[in-house]
Design a protein around this ligand. Structure first.
Ligand SMILES: [Zn+2]
Ligand SMILES: [Zn+2]
Length: 106
């Protein structure tokens, strides 16, 4: 899965231009300086914007926003949620019912 950076418990993805990107891809697309400021929530990070002129968002590790998501950058496709998370085995459960499938669960 994607590596986590910065803010506890770690930033696994950057929300920009209506997509989610893993941190290395976001750095490639938007520049190291901007993304590192966002990941570390440095003072003034809100002044950085994506290509549509919106401020960046962050997705923290283990947050609901990461379920069933993959990095949107061409050629990457890194899983943004934990590899062991059941959301990838049955993404329709999460997308339609907001339930994360658990192996051996009820
Ligand atoms: Zn990526
Ligand atoms: Zn998940």
């Amino acid at each position: 899965m994607a590596e986590a950076y910065g803010l506890w418990p770690g930033v696994v993805a950057i929300a920009a231009d209506a997509n989610l990107f893993c941190v290395p891809c976001a750095e490639r697309l938007y520049g190291d300086e901007a993304i590192q400021a966002v990941v570390d929530a440095e003072p003034g990070w809100g002044k950085y914007q994506d290509h549509e002129g919106n401020p960046f968002g962050v997705v923290l590790r283990w947050s609901a926003d990461a379920h069933t998501q993959y990095c949107a950058a061409p050629g990457c496709g890194e899983r943004l949620c934990e590899d062991y998370c059941g959301c990838y085995q049955h993404p329709e459960l999460w997308q339609q019912h907001g339930i994360v499938w658990v192996e051996g669960g009820p």
